[in-house]
Design a binder for this molecule. Structure first.
Ligand code: PBG
Length: 404
């Protein structure tokens, strides 16, 4: 239906594009601008137009009754909402204007040490990752240093497991010996240890059982002993991942008592009961033999509970808080980092890594770019540091200037 009014399409075009221009200038988003333009055209009985925002310009195109397209392109002012689209903000200038900064200093690489192994062995569940024997763990460190990564978190696979996980705090346990081996060769390499019982208990739960339930308070004692043994072996920081209530306070007290007041604690504060840990449990042999971890890990539906967990850990003396997993919990990272002054760590867990790897290997996505974009989204959400199986590749990407 063509308009009953005699319409000058050039005038109509002037009018709608002027309106669009003003709306854009006042910060309206393009879909809002388009809505307003279409509404105005409809009011005049004119057919729908086409509206585009191209870098720095607004383009409006109408079809006149004789079928001729009439098009107008308006340059937008050089300030305003579309600043990042401008040609002059490309290249070096675009990098100058970045709001999120990444550095290899804020990356932490997970290293798995297996007491029964000599040399290194690929981890099937985590393509590109390895189990290291105590004789080979320094190789993992030298690979990190070569890539520019200076921090690791250690996980141990002990030779023996029992009901209480006693190899976790053994003086010559797998993690303790790995720390000594690393520190003997690379004293400046920063070693964090994961403190948990699930790799050391024969039932695979993160604490000591009482019947079929984990006994929170009994577990605190063994966690504190384990943390102390790591620090005595030379660990720079301990990271309890068990999610027992009161473990930060228990570990802090034992460390202080033994003169380690300055050793920081990174608390896995908001750790969700997540399916994303699947490949890790295969890699660390730490899947629970019955039941699940819902008794001590958080329900993924909950947001406020994360704030509560962080507040408890802060009050107990945590030095760094953590949200885990990362990608599906960016909202939680943002909220916790806004609410607390402590440094915020995020753990991009095994399932996140495995998904990117698998999709990349299948040719479905560009692995390198997805790796970069995923990692930087975690920092944009407010994390100050990231534990990731991609730490080495990311450090290189930062050094190349692809991100950061
Ligand atoms: C130990 C622990 C787990 C992870 C880190 N520490 C497994 C779990 O809670 O089941 C997961 C790490 C990953 O998936 O990469 N409790």
């Amino acid at each position: 239906m063509y308009p009953t009014l005699e319409l000058d399409y050039n005038k109509l075009l002037d009018m709608v594009s002027e309106m669009g221009y003003r709306l854009m200038k006042s910060g309206a988003e393009i879909y809002r601008v388009e809505e307003s333009i279409q509404r105005l055209l409809q009011a005049y009985g004119a057919p729908r137009g086409e509206v585009f925002a191209i870098p720095n310009c607004l383009m409006v195109s109408l079809t006149s009754p004789d079928g001729r397209p009439v098009t107008q392109i308006r340059r937008m002012p050089t300030h305003g909402t579309d600043i990042y689209l401008l040609e002059k903000y490309n290249g070096l200038c675009r990098r100058l204007c970045r709001e999120t900064r990444l550095s290899p200093d804020s990356l932490i690489y997970p290293i798995f040490v297996d007491e029964t192994l000599r040399g290194k062995r690929p981890i099937e569940a985590l393509p590109g990752q390895f189990h290291y024997g105590l004789d080979a763990v320094c190789e993992a460190v030298s690979d990190c240093l070569a890539a520019g990564v200076t921090h690791c978190i250690l996980f141990g696979l002990p030779r023996e497991k029992d009901a209480v996980g006693s190899s976790a705090w053994a003086k010559h346990g797998v993690v303790q010996e790995a720390i000594r081996a690393i520190k003997a060769k690379y004293p400046d390499f920063y070693v964090i240890t994961d403190v948990c019982m699930c790799e050391y208990t024969d039932h695979g739960h993160c604490g000591i059982l009482c019947g079929r339930e984990v006994d929170n308070d009994k577990t605190l004692e063994v966690l504190a002993k384990t943390a102390l043994s790591h620090v005595e072996a030379g660990a720079d920081m301990v990271a309890p991942s068990d999610m027992m209530d009161g473990r930060v306070a228990a570990i802090r007290a034992v460390l202080d008592e033994h003169g380690y007041e300055t050793t920081p604690i990174m608390a896995y504060s908001a750790k969700y009961a997540s399916a994303f840990y699947g490949p890790f449990r295969a890699a660390a042999g730490s899947a629970p033999s019955f039941g699940d971890r819902k008794g001590y890990q958080m329900d993924p539906h909950n947001r406020k509970e994360a704030l509560k967990e962080c507040a408890l850990d802060e009050a107990e003396g945590a030095d760094i808080l953590m949200v885990k997993p990362a990608l599906s919990y960016l909202d939680v990272i943002r909220e916790c980092s806004d609410a607390f002054d402590l440094p915020m760590c995020a753990y991009s867990v095994s399932g996140e890594y495995a998904m990117i790897k698998a999709a990349g290997a299948a040719g479905l996505v560009d692995e390198y770019r997805i790796m970069c974009e995923s990692a930087l989204s975690v920092f944009r959400a407010g994390a100050n540091m990231l534990i990731t199986y991609y730490a080495k590749e990311l450090a290189q990407a930062i050094q190349k200037g692809d991100i950061g």
